[in-house]
Design a protein around this ligand. Structure first.
Ligand SMILES: NC(=O)c1ccc[n+]([C@@H]2O[C@H](COP(=O)([O-])OP(=O)(O)OC[C@H]3O[C@@H](n4cnc5c(N)ncnc54)[C@H](OP(=O)(O)O)[C@@H]3O)[C@@H](O)[C@H]2O)c1
Length: 388
């Protein structure tokens, strides 16, 4: 008998329970053992739930599930950074395999938890933490094994992409789309984590650390969200053939790294420029495999649950390497310098080399490094790099 403890019974946790029970017979037949979700951990045991517990024991006592030696796998979907960290750390120390969707915990404690898993000979898998239902982690771990990856770039916030798509396609103001996205459940009541780019930066920290085989922390990634953009910026750039995206990007030159999350104008016809709606997409560029791209659901109950259950299969069938996929390459972090032409909107005078005037307060610049534009920009001005 393999016993699983499921921590969190919200959007993702209930999806895990539902899908697990739909697949349980087939899974047990293939594994040749009984497999069950034995505990479900929640904050409020009296809250009504949509999905039946299928006989699992509901508890709000985290230590009950951690201290139970018969539990072999922890599936963590609480979203709580403090509890999630303690649960994962203590489970690994007790030789329980861990599957988590919690990118906040991973971003903060990635190296420590990966080392702990290796030390105790158990799995730490996190396919659902970045890209939701889009398989990224498993292929990335394979692609990065031989230090192949030179750069990566992606759209890692379905909600930001939804906002930017609606602003361009339907010419709706930023404030109106954000309100709509809150009503649809794409954005939290306080949307700053998404529209400020913080959520995307956490995901880039995880992807880049895996890709470049050394530590890339949130502080190493320059950040700008989408809340300063207005509908007119999006429309003008669209008329010129570009879609504005919140782009996460990181590149390596030897041991030197540059990484950023910021709004970028991409050609409509490009892979990421054409990706309208709430999908996530990532491109990896490598020495020998050249370019590999992924696109899929970045969130949602069933796509995310599916990703966690794909990890569960790998645990049960022992299909992955148990050594930490993180290497200890010492990386040097430079400001994001890649030169581009910029779309600039400013009511104050600009000390930047301007090339073309688009409107009274809007210009295109000559190619300039990103960090230089940012240092010369007056308060309230907007600068969007235009990429090929
Ligand atoms: N939602 C998505 O589409 C998605 C996609 C990818 C990754 N993720 C990640 O998946 C995780 C879960 O997200 P979610 O959307 O399912 O969250 P959610 O709907 O808010 O559910 C969180 C669950 O965790 C429980 N919980 C939270 N703090 C707890 C605590 N201190 N003690 C005990 N239980 C606690 C809650 O209990 P109560 O129900 O009693 O309040 C709830 O059942 C997060 O890390 C998120 O980033 C989510």
């Amino acid at each position: 008998m393999i016993r699983i403890a499921l921590a969190g019974y919200g959007t993702v946790g209930q999806g895990v329970m539902d899908l697990f029970h739909r697949r349980k017979n087939s899974l047990q037949t293939r594994v040749g053992k009984k497999v069950d979700i034995y505990y479900v951990l929640v904050r409020d045991e009296n809250k009504a739930r949509e999905i039946d517990l299928h006989g699992a024991k509901l508890t709000s006592d985290a230590w009950e599930i951690i201290s139970d030696e018969s539990v072999q796998v922890l599936m963590e979907a609480t979203g709580d950074i403090d509890l999630g960290y303690v649960l994962i750390r203590e489970a690994l120390k007790r030789k329980k395999h861990v599957i988590t969707a919690n990118k906040s915990v991973l971003s903060r404690h990635f190296e420590e938890l990966s080392d702990l898993a290796e030390e105790h000979g158990v799995y730490l898998l996190y396919e659902a933490s970045v890209g939701g239902g889009t398989p990224l982690m498993k292929p990335l771990q394979d692609l990065s094994l031989h230090g192949e990856i030179r750069s990566l770039r992606g759209l890692l916030s379905g909600s930001c992409n939804y906002v930017l798509t609606r602003m361009r396609r339907d010419q709706i103001s930023y404030d109106d789309v954000v309100e709509e996205a809150k009503e649809l459940g794409y954005l939290e009541a306080d949307p700053i984590d998404d529209v400020g780019g913080f959520d995307t930066r956490r995901k880039l920290r995880i992807l880049a650390t895996l890709a470049f085989q050394g530590k890339v922390e949130e502080k190493d990634i320059s950040l700008e969200g989408i809340s300063g953009l207005v509908q007119e910026d999006i429309s003008l750039l669209s008329q010129m053939g570009y879609a504005v995206r919140l782009l996460a990007q990181a590149r390596r030159d030897g041991h030197r790294i540059q990484a950023a999350v910021h709004p970028v104008a991409l050609p409509h016809a490009s892979f990421l420029g054409s990706m309208d709606g709430a999908d996530n997409g990532v491109e990896f560029y490598g020495e020998n495999f050249l370019r590999v791209s992924f696109q899929g659901s970045g969130a949602g109950r069933y796509p995310t649950a599916h990703a966690m259950l794909a990890d569960l299969e790998d645990v049960l069938f022992n299909l992955r390497r148990k050594e930490s996929p993180l290497r200890k390459t010492h990386l040097f972090h430079d400001p994001f310098e890649v030169p581009s032409r910029f779309y600039v909107r400013s009511t104050a005078p600009l000390e930047i080399a301007l090339e073309t005037q688009l409107k009274e307060d809007t210009w295109l610049t000559a190619p300039i490094p990103y960090s230089e534009v940012k240092s010369l920009l007056p308060p309230g001005a907007v600068a969007i790099p235009i990429e090929k």
